[in-house]
Write a protein that binds this ligand. Structure first.
Ligand SMILES: C[S@@+](CC[C@H](N)C(=O)[O-])C[C@H]1O[C@@H](n2cnc3c(N)ncnc32)[C@H](O)[C@@H]1O
Length: 348
C-alpha cells in the first residue's frame, strides 16, 4: 500500500495563490477520458466529489464551456479557496460543503439533475499536507488533529488517548500495514498513562524508539505508516468511500462516466470491485440465457488502473502513487433491490 507522501510540507502557504497550492494529478488524461461525454451533452453536469483547490474543476469549466460543475468537499477551507478561484464562472459552478457520499443531496440542492460525469481525486490535498497546524505531517511538531473537516469528528490525539489496545493495533495494521502495530499500540498505551498525547513530535519520538532500527532502514520513516493509518481512521476514508463509490454510480446518467484517482491500494481495491461488479453479468452461472436485467450495466473505460507518466511523477512527486480508473454506465437499471439500490448486484 502506498499513499501520498505525508511527511513533507513544502512552504508556508498563506500568500501562495490557490492555483499553485495543489497540482491537479493526471489532468490531461482525465479531460481526455471525460471529453466524449462532456462534449456530447448539450448542458452536461460534472460532479467533482473532491473539489480541493478546484484545479480539476477549473480545467473542466474552461475546456467544456457548456458544462456546469458541482464541487463537493468536506474541508471548509478548500470550499472557500476553490469558491474564490472559480467565482469567474458564475452560475456554472456550485460548491457543496459535505462528504462525497452526499452526491444525491448535492445534486438535488443545486437542481441540476443527474451527473454526466463524476470525478473523485481521493486523499488529502497539498493544502492540507502543507498547513502544519492541521497535524497531517510528521516532519514538524503540531497538534495531532488530522481532520479534513475540522468542525466535526475525532482528532488523531483523541484516538491515541482513548482507543483500546486492540482497536489501535487494528487501525495501524489495517490502514497503515504496520508490521509493529501491536508493539506500537502497547507503547502508546504506556505513554498516555504518563501524559495524554497532544502534539505530533512526542508520537514521532515514540515511533522512532519503538520501530526496530533495521525496519527503519528498509521501510522509510518510522512515522509514515502510523500517520497514514491515523489519518484514514480520523476521516473514515475507506468506509465513506465504500458507500460513496456506489452512490456515484447510482447517480450517473446512461452514457455517463465515473473517474476515480486513488492513492493507496485499499481505496483502489474498493473502486476496482465496485466497477467490476457493474461490468460483470449478475446472471446465475447455470442460467442458459442471460436475462436483460442480469446484463452488465457498466463498461470499463480504462484497462486496469492507469498510472501517471514518468514526466508527471518527476514534476509532481505527490502524483507518484496515483491510479486512475474510469467506468461508463451503459444502461438504466430497474430498482430491484429491497435496499433501494437501482441496480443488480453480482452473485459472488
Ligand atoms: C487530492 S484533493 C483534491 C484536489 C483537487 N482535485 C484539485 O485539483 O485541487 C482531495 C480533496 O478531497 C477532500 N476529501 C477527502 N475526503 C473527502 C470526503 N469523504 N468527502 C468530501 N471531500 C473529501 C479533501 O478535503 C481534499 O480537499
Amino acid at each position: 500500500m502506498t499513499d501520498q507522501p505525508q511527511g513533507e510540507p513544502t512552504s508556508a502557504t498563506v500568500q501562495v495563490p490557490t492555483s499553485e497550492r495543489h497540482v491537479p494529478v493526471m489532468l490531461p488524461r482525465i479531460l481526455e477520458l471525460l471529453a466524449p461525454v462532456l462534449e456530447a451533452a448539450e448542458h452536461p453536469v460534472h460532479v467533482d466529489g473532491t473539489l480541493g483547490m478546484g484545479g480539476h474543476a477549473e480545467a473542466v469549466l474552461e475546456r467544456f464551456p457548456h458544462a456546469r460543475v458541482v464541487g463537493i468537499d468536506r474541508d471548509p477551507q478548500a470550499i472557500a479557496l476553490a469558491g474564490q478561484r472559480l467565482e469567474r464562472f458564475g452560475g456554472r459552478f456550485r460548491a457543496h460543503h459535505g462528504t462525497y457520499d452526499e452526491v444525491a443531496a448535492a445534486l438535488a440542492l443545486h437542481e441540476v439533475g443527474e451527473a454526466d460525469t463524476l470525478l473523485y481525486d481521493l486523499g488529502v490535498s497539498s493544502l492540507q499536507l502543507d498547513e502544519v497546524e492541521r497535524g497531517f505531517s510528521y516532519r514538524q511538531d503540531a497538534p495531532l488533529d488530522m481532520r479534513m473537516d475540522p468542525t466535526t469528528g475525532r482528532t488523531a490525539a483523541e484516538i491515541l488517548n482513548t482507543a483500546e489496545h486492540g482497536e489501535l493495533a487494528r487501525i495501524l495494521k489495517e490502514f497503515g500495514e504496520e508490521r509493529f502495530a501491536g508493539k506500537i499500540a502497547s507503547a502508546v498505551l504506556r505513554e498516555r498513562e504518563v501524559e495524554p498525547f497532544h502534539g505530533s513530535a512526542r508520537l514521532v519520538e515514540l515511533l522512532e524508539r519503538t520501530v526496530p532500527a533495521a525496519s527503519q532502514r528498509s521501510g522509510g520513516h518510522p512515522a509514515k505508516r502510523t500517520f497514514q493509518a491515523l489519518r484514514i481512521e480520523v476521516n473514515r476514508e475507506l468506509s465513506i468511500w465504500s458507500t460513496a463509490v456506489n452512490h456515484a454510480l447510482d447517480h450517473l446518467t446512461v452514457g455517463g462516466r465515473l473517474a476515480v484517482l486513488s492513492y493507496h491500494s485499499l481505496e483502489d481495491r474498493i473502486t476496482k470491485r465496485a466497477m467490476a461488479d457493474g461490468a460483470t453479468s449478475s446472471a446465475p452461472p447455470d442460467l442458459p440465457v442471460e436475462l436483460p436485467e442480469h446484463a452488465p450495466w457498466l463498461r470499463l473505460v480504462t484497462r486496469g488502473a492507469e498510472k501517471p507518466t514518468a514526466d508527471e511523477v518527476a514534476a509532481n512527486r505527490r502524483s507518484s502513487s496515483a491510479r486512475l480508473r474510469v467506468a461508463e454506465r451503459t444502461r438504466a437499471t430497474a430498482p430491484i433491490s429491497p435496499t433501494g439500490s437501482t441496480r443488480p448486484t453480482r452473485r459472488r
